[in-house]
Write a protein that binds this ligand. Structure first.
Ligand SMILES: Cc1cc2nc3c(=O)[nH]c(=O)nc-3n(C[C@H](O)[C@H](O)[C@H](O)COP(=O)(O)O)c2cc1C
Ligand SMILES: CCCCC(=O)C(=O)O
Length: 359
């Protein structure tokens, strides 16, 4: 195969290169994977209604989210275990994101310590925008220690994953017997505090059924970083998040990996954006594979989108260069979609650009 010309072809290349068990881990979702398919299919069901003769010129793609300037409204969603995709792991992803000027949400379940992820990002750009995703742990002291590490590493927002009071039922993983990381691959952010030599124990992550809005209040007491609530699908929860002091929300169903048969995330964006009413930024992830998907999300109220699997396909296909290429593809596609819609910038999109159900 020649060089991939779109994200789907990057997935094909990644599938060829990856251990099939690890490919399944990245690609799969919960149970029947209804929501995994729905996330992409729902974008295809939205038609674009371009404006003509607007003289908009070459679009500018830059956005500012929570004070971080990004070169485009596409960021990297947090995804676990990059070492399974490529030996350079999160180091490569971080360099590619920083070089591209996009915001990376580093996962708590990273196979490279957050300090090193940040150091690699800084090698690629002087002031990289790095956020940190957190699964609050039942042990508040340990949670606080992880937050302190993220702060000290220079992370500029804390993304709390709210859709995971338990792990979704992943049948591909069960079939493959994929329950442990291979020898030598560890969640480096889960080491016991006070283990600077990194020789000691690594904790198991706990996805706690007790997680509640109180955890958000507790985090607010622990850090001054902006707090982003990830995994919101309902307007009532979005309103609560804002009332509880969230600084942004991410409309997300975890890429269809948690509760199967929840709606495609793009179908929940407009109701959530309406409830938030501009009080905080609204982000979206799930099924974004094309520049046209990005513009649809912007039009329906997102300040930016995040990609999960596409970056993993790039990483698996070509390490740092692969992630760079995936980001470049999406950038070119978004620029093309904006100019063809008659928009000079992401901020010029609105719901009039999108028509439901006609293609
Ligand atoms: C392999 C994989 C691992 C993930 N790990 C995490 C994680 O550790 N924390 C988290 O909040 N979300 C995680 N997610 C969900 C992503 O942040 C994001 O919501 C989802 O991938 C977006 O959908 P997309 O893959 O269709 O772009 C993961 C997703 C994938 C595919
Ligand atoms: C305990 C592993 C959770 C990682 C994750 O969030 C995912 O694979 O979707």
């Amino acid at each position: 195969m020649g060089a991939p010309v779109n994200v789907r072809e990057f997935e094909d290349l990644a599938r060829e290169r990856l251990d099939p068990v690890h490919y399944d881990y990245f690609a799969s979702g919960a149970q029947d994977e209804v929501t995994v398919r729905a996330n992409e299919a729902a974008f295809a069901r939205l038609a674009l209604l371009p404006r003509v003769l607007r003289g908009a010129g070459t679009p500018r793609l830059g956005v500012t989210v929570l004070g971080d300037e990004a070169s485009m409204p596409v960021m990297l969603a947090p995804t676990a275990f990059h070492r399974l995709a490529h030996p350079d792991a999160e180091r490569a992803t971080a360099r590619a994101a920083a070089k591209a000027g996009v915001i990376m949400i580093a996962a708590m379940l990273s196979t490279v310590a957050i300090e090193e992820v940040a150091a690699e990002a800084r090698k690629a750009a002087p002031d990289p925008a790095l956020w940190f995703q957190l699964y609050p742990q039942p042990d508040p002291a340990f949670t606080e220690a992880v937050v302190r590490r993220a702060e000290a590493a220079g992370c500029r927002a804390l993304v709390v994953t709210a859709d995971s009071p338990a792990l979704g039922r992943n049948e591909r993983g069960d079939r493959n017997g994929f329950h442990d990381l291979p020898p030598g691959v560890r969640c480096e952010n889960l080491r016991e505090p006070g283990d600077p030599a990194r020789t000691g124990h690594v904790r198991q992550v706990v996805l706690s059924p007790g997680i509640s809005w109180d955890d958000l209040d507790r985090l607010r007491g622990v850090t001054d970083l902006p707090i982003v609530v990830k995994g919101v699908l309902r307007p009532d929860d979005a309103r609560l998040a804002v009332e509880r002091g969230a600084d942004a929300v991410i409309v997300s169903n975890h890429g269809g990996r948690q509760l199967d048969t929840v709606p495609a995330s793009i179908t929940r964006l407009a109701p959530v954006a309406e409830a938030v009413a501009g009080r905080v930024p609204v982000l979206l992830d799930g099924g974004v594979r094309r520049g046209t998907d990005v513009i649809k999300a912007l039009a329906l109220g997102a300040d930016a989108v995040a990609i999960g699997r596409p970056a993993l396909w790039g990483l698996a296909a070509g390490g740092e260069d692969g992630v760079t290429e995936v980001l470049g593809l999406l950038r070119r596609e978004l620029e093309n979609a904006l100019v063809l819609c008659g928009c000079a910038a992401p901020q010029e999109t609105g719901p009039d650009l999108v028509q439901e159900g006609a293609c």
